[in-house]
Design a protein around this ligand. Structure first.
Ligand code: DCP
Ligand code: MG
Ligand code: MN
Length: 355
C-alpha cells in the first residue's frame, strides 16, 4: 500500500495465478497446520508472479521470482505444459467439499465443519437430522433453515429499498441519529452479501444513542423487516454494540394477486460512539483486502489501525501480538479523510477500494 492499492487483472501469467490460487484456497480451507503453511507459501508467491512482466517460459525463470520455491516452480511448469494442475483434484477431497457446504450455514466455521464431517455428516440433510450426534446452536438452526436465501447475494436495489425503509423508522426514534449504509453497498457493488448499517449520534446536546438499538429492533420487527435474530449485542445499552440478524422487504402481491415472498437477507447493525465514526466507516466499508493494506501501512509507520481509530504508541505482548500491554493514544477517528492523510495514502473513494 505504498500509494494506491492496486489489484488489477491482466497479468501475462493469469492462468498460472488462477490455478495456484485455486490450490491455495483448497489448502487454506483445510484444518491442518501443514495445509495452512502450504496455503501461506502460495499466497506469498502469487503477488510476485502477478507482477512478473513477461510470460514465464522456464523452470529457472519461475524459480527466479520472489516467493517461488522448487515445488511451486514445478507446478508452474506443469500448468504451462499441460494447462492443468493435477494437485488440485488430489487436494479436492470429500471433506473439503462437505466443509464448503457446511460453512454456508451461518455460525459454522472450518473447525465445526470438519468435526461434523468426522462425525459422518456429508450433506445438509445429515446435519438437519443430527447424524453422528451433531448439535446446532439456535443461530445455526436459522442459518440452515434459510440456507439458500442467505447464500445468495441481493441486488443492490434491494439493499437500497430495505435501507430506505429502515432509515425513517430510526429517525422517528431520534431525529438526530446518524445512520449510514457501509460494506459492499457503499463501495458501489452491483450485489451485496448483506446490509451493513452504522448507527451513531452527535453528542453536542450531551445525549447519545445508547439504548436506541433495542427500540429500533423492536420497531423493525413490528414493521416485518427484521425477521430473525442471529446475534444480539452483549450490552445493548452501550454506545458500541453489534447486532446480526435476518431481514426482508415486506411481502407483496403481484398484478395477478399472487403473494410475492421475499428472500431473507443478512443484516448487520453496528452502533458506535460518535467519536469513532470515521474509523468505523473506513473499516466496515472495506473491502477486507484494502483494510489489510491500510493496517499494514499504519503498522509500518508505528501506528495501529482498527475499527475504533488510528492509534500511536500501542505496545503488544511479543509472545501474543493480540494482547496490548499499552493501549496507546487515539490520534484520528472522526473522519476517513484524516486517517488517509496521516497514513500518507492518497484519498480513495469507496468504489475505488475494491478487490
Ligand atoms: N471486514 C474486514 N475483515 C473481516 C470482516 C469484515 O475488514 N474479517 C470489513 C471489511 C468489509 C466490511 O467489514 O468490507 C463488511 O463486512 P462484510 O462481510 O459485510 O463484507 P462486504 O460488505 O464487503 O461484502 P458482502 O457484499 O459480501 O457483504
Ligand atoms: Mg456486507
Ligand atoms: Mn456484514
Amino acid at each position: 500500500c505504498d500509494s494506491k492499492v492496486n489489484r488489477s487483472e491482466g497479468s501475462k501469467n493469469q492462468d498460472i495465478i488462477e490455478k495456484l490460487q485455486e490450490l491455495m484456497e483448497l489448502h487454506k480451507s483445510k484444518p491442518s497446520k501443514d495445509d495452512f503453511w502450504r496455503g501461506f507459501s502460495y499466497s506469498k508467491a502469487i503477488g510476485p508472479i502477478r507482477n512478473h512482466p513477461r510470460r514465464i517460459r522456464s523452470y529457472a525463470e519461475a524459480r527466479s521470482i520472489r516467493g517461488v520455491g522448487d515445488k511451486t516452480a514445478e507446478k508452474i511448469m506443469e500448468i504451462i505444459q499441460t494447462g492443468g494442475l493435477r494437485r488440485i483434484a488430489f487436494e479436492n477431497t470429500g471433506d473439503v467439499e462437505a466443509a464448503k457446504i457446511f460453512t454456508g450455514i451461518y455460525g459454522v466455521g472450518q473447525t465445526i465443519a470438519y468435526r461434523w464431517y468426522a462425525s459422518g455428516c456429508r450433506t445438509l440433510d445429515d446435519v438437519r437430522t443430527g447424524k453422528g450426534g451433531v448439535k446446532l446452536s439456535p443461530a445455526m438452526e436459522i442459518g440452515l433453515r434459510f440456507y439458500d436465501d442467505i447464500n445468495s447475494r441481493m441486488p443492490r436495489g434491494e439493499a437500497e429499498k430495505i435501507f430506505k425503509l429502515i432509515k425513517p423508522i430510526a429517525l422517528s426514534l431520534d431525529p438526530k441519529l446518524f445512520i449510514e449504509i457501509m460494506g459492499s453497498f457503499r463501495r458501489g457493488k452491483k450485489d451485496c452479501g448483506d446490509i451493513d448499517i452504522m448507527i451513531t449520534r452527535p453528542t453536542d446536546d450531551n445525549k447519545t444513542h445508547a439504548g436506541i438499538v433495542p427500540h429500533l429492533l423492536h420497531a423493525l420487527r413490528e414493521a416485518g423487516i427484521i425477521t430473525e435474530d442471529l446475534a444480539l449485542p452483549d450490552d445493548s445499552h452501550a454506545t458500541e454494540a453489534i447486532y446480526r440478524g435476518l431481514c426482508k422487504l415486506p411481502d407483496t402481491v403481484d398484478e395477478e394477486g399472487k403473494l410475492v415472498r421475499r428472500l431473507r437477507r443478512r443484516i448487520d447493525i453496528l452502533s458506535i460512539p460518535w467519536q469513532n465514526r470515521g474509523a468505523a466507516l473506513l473499516y466496515y466499508t472495506g473491502d477486507d483486502i484494502f483494510n489489510r493494506a491500510m493496517r499494514f501501512k499504519a503498522n509500518k509507520m508505528g501506528y495501529s489501525l482498527n475499527q475504533r481509530g488510528l492509534f500511536q504508541g500501542v505496545v503488544r505482548d511479543p509472545h501474543d501480538r493480540r494482547i496490548k500491554t499499552n493501549a496507546g493514544n487515539i490520534i484520528a477517528s472522526e473522519t476517513e479523510e484524516e486517517i488517509f492523510k496521516i497514513l500518507g495514502v492518497p484519498w480513495q473513494e469507496p468504489h475505488e477500494r475494491v478487490r
